[in-house]
Design a protein around this ligand. Structure first.
Ligand SMILES: *Cc1c(COP(=O)(O)O)cnc(C)c1O
Length: 382
C-alpha cells in the first residue's frame, strides 16, 4: 500500500479529483531554478502543461517566466503573478487580437512561427505605434524520438519556420520597420528521454546562429524550448535538470551578451499531480477483470491520446495482488487507463491514484459526455 497519500482524508471527498503535492512541486521548481541559475539560464514555465491558478502562483513565486500559447494563457499568467517582461508567446496560429493584446501587455517577445506572421505582427505594431519584440521559431528538423503526436520538429511539421526558409524570413524582417528581432526559438517535442536528441538540437542551433550571423542578424536570445521527459514508472523522481542544463552549457555556442532561455512544462509539474478516483464496479470480462473507476478520459486524456503509461495504485487495499483492466465510465473504447495492471485485491469503493498527472492532465480535461470537470485539492490545505 502506498503510504504517502492521506487516504483517510480522501475517503471524505467526492471523486474524481486532482490532488497536487505542493512540496513536490516546490522542490522540483527549486531544483530546476537552482540548476539553471548556475549557468545564468532563464526559465519560462510552459503554462499549457498545467494552468491551474494555484500551481501558477507557486511557480511564479520563484521569479521564473512563462511560456504561453494563447492570449488567455498570457492573461492567466499575468493574473497569477508572472511579470510581463518574462512572458513569451508561441503558437502556429495566433489571431490578430491575441497579437495586439500581447503587444499592449509588453511581453518579452512573440515567438513568430511563419514568414507571413512577421508581416502581420509588423502591421499590427505599426498601427499601435510601437516596436514589436519577436523571436523566430525555427524548425531545426531534429526528430525528438517521442510519440508522433508530441513531435514538433520533423519535416512538414506545422510548427515554426522551416530551416530552409530562414533566408525568406530574414528578407521580410529587413523590410519590417516595426519589428525588433530579439532572437531565435525552438521547441522540438515533449517527453524527450534521450539526451542525444538535445545534443542534436544544440548542433543544429549552432549552425543556425552562424547562418544568421552571416546574414547580419544579431541574436540576444536563444530559446531552446522545453521537452525534457519525466520517469512515469517512478513518480517519486525529479527529472535530472543538472545533466540537462549542463548539456546545453557544454554544447551550445553562446556569445557574450547572449541569453539562453528554456521552456520546461511537463518536467516541472508532472510528478506533483495525481488523479484520485473511486472504484465503481468490478466485473469479469471474457479474459480479464475490469475495475471500472469514476475518473474517465475526459479527466485525463493522455492514455487514450498518446497511449501514455501512468502508474496506477490502489491506496486503500492491501489484499492479494491480481490483474485488472482499469477503465473509466466514458462511452469510448479508448477510455482505458491501463491493461493488466497489477493491484492489491480491488473492490467497489476503493480509492485509486493515477500518478504523474500534473502535466497535461487537468489542462486537457473536457466535459465530454457532459461530465463535470474534476476539482483540484492541494496537500498543504486539505
Ligand atoms: C508545450 C510547449 C513547451 C513545453 O513542453 P514540455 O514538453 O511540457 O516541456 C515549451 N515550449 C513550447 C513552445 C510548447 O508549445
Amino acid at each position: 500500500m502506498a503510504t504517502d497519500f492521506p487516504a483517510d482524508k480522501f475517503k471524505q471527498y467526492g471523486t474524481p479529483f486532482y490532488y497536487y503535492d505542493t512540496d513536490v512541486l516546490r522542490k522540483t521548481v527549486e531544483t530546476a531554478s537552482a540548476e539553471a541559475g548556475k549557468h545564468g539560464f532563464h526559465l519560462h514555465y510552459a503554462v499549457k502543461a498545467n494552468a491551474n491558478p494555484e500551481i501558477l502562483r507557486i511557480i511564479s513565486s520563484y521569479g521564473i517566466g512563462a511560456d504561453c500559447v494563447s492570449w488567455n494563457e498570457i492573461q492567466r499568467a499575468l493574473d497569477c503573478g508572472f511579470s510581463p517582461g518574462k512572458i513569451v508567446f508561441a503558437g502556429a496560429g495566433k489571431s490578430d487580437y491575441e497579437i495586439e493584446n500581447a503587444l499592449k501587455a509588453g511581453i518579452l517577445c512573440i515567438n513568430c512561427e511563419s514568414v507571413q506572421e512577421i508581416g502581420v505582427i509588423d502591421s499590427i505594431a505599426g498601427r499601435l505605434g510601437i516596436k514589436a519584440d519577436i523571436a523566430l521559431r525555427i524548425n531545426p528538423y531534429v526528430d525528438a524520438h517521442t510519440h508522433k503526436h508530441i513531435t514538433t520538429a520533423i519535416e512538414d511539421s506545422k510548427f515554426g519556420i522551416p530551416m530552409n526558409h530562414i533566408n525568406d524570413a530574414v528578407a521580410v524582417l529587413k523590410e519590417s520597420g516595426n519589428i525588433n528581432m530579439t532572437g531565435i526559438h525552438f521547441h522540438i517535442g515533449s517527453q524527450i528521454t534521450r539526451l542525444q536528441v538535445f545534443k542534436s538540437l544544440c548542433a543544429r542551433i549552432n549552425e543556425i546562429s552562424d547562418q544568421l550571423a552571416r546574414l547580419g542578424v544579431a541574436l540576444r536570445i536563444i530559446n531552446v524550448g522545453g521537452g525534457l521527459g519525466i520517469d512515469y514508472h517512478n513518480p517519486e523522481t525529479i527529472p535530472s535538470f543538472k545533466e540537462y542544463f549542463e548539456l546545453f552549457k557544454e554544447l551550445l555556442k553562446i556569445y557574450p551578451g547572449q541569453e539562453v532561455h528554456f521552456e520546461p512544462g511537463r518536467s516541472l509539474v508532472a510528478q506533483c499531480g495525481s488523479l484520485i478516483s473511486r472504484v465503481l464496479y468490478i466485473k469479469n470480462g471474457d479474459t480479464s477483470t475490469f475495475a471500472v473507476i469514476d475518473a474517465g478520459m475526459n479527466d485525463l486524456i493522455r492514455p487514450a491520446l498518446y497511449q501514455a503509461y501512468h502508474k496506477i495504485e490502489n491506496i486503500t487495499s492491501a489484499g492479494v495482488r491480481a490483474f485488472y483492466n482499469v477503465v473509466g465510465p466514458v462511452c469510448e473504447s479508448a477510455d482505458i487507463f491501463g491493461k493488466q495492471v497489477e493491484l492489491p485485491e480491488t473492490a467497489r469503493g476503493d480509492i485509486i491514484a493515477i500518478r504523474s498527472v500534473g502535466a497535461y492532465g487537468e489542462s486537457m480535461a473536457s466535459r465530454y459526455n457532459l461530465r463535470d470537470l474534476a476539482p483540484s485539492y492541494f496537500s498543504d490545505r486539505l
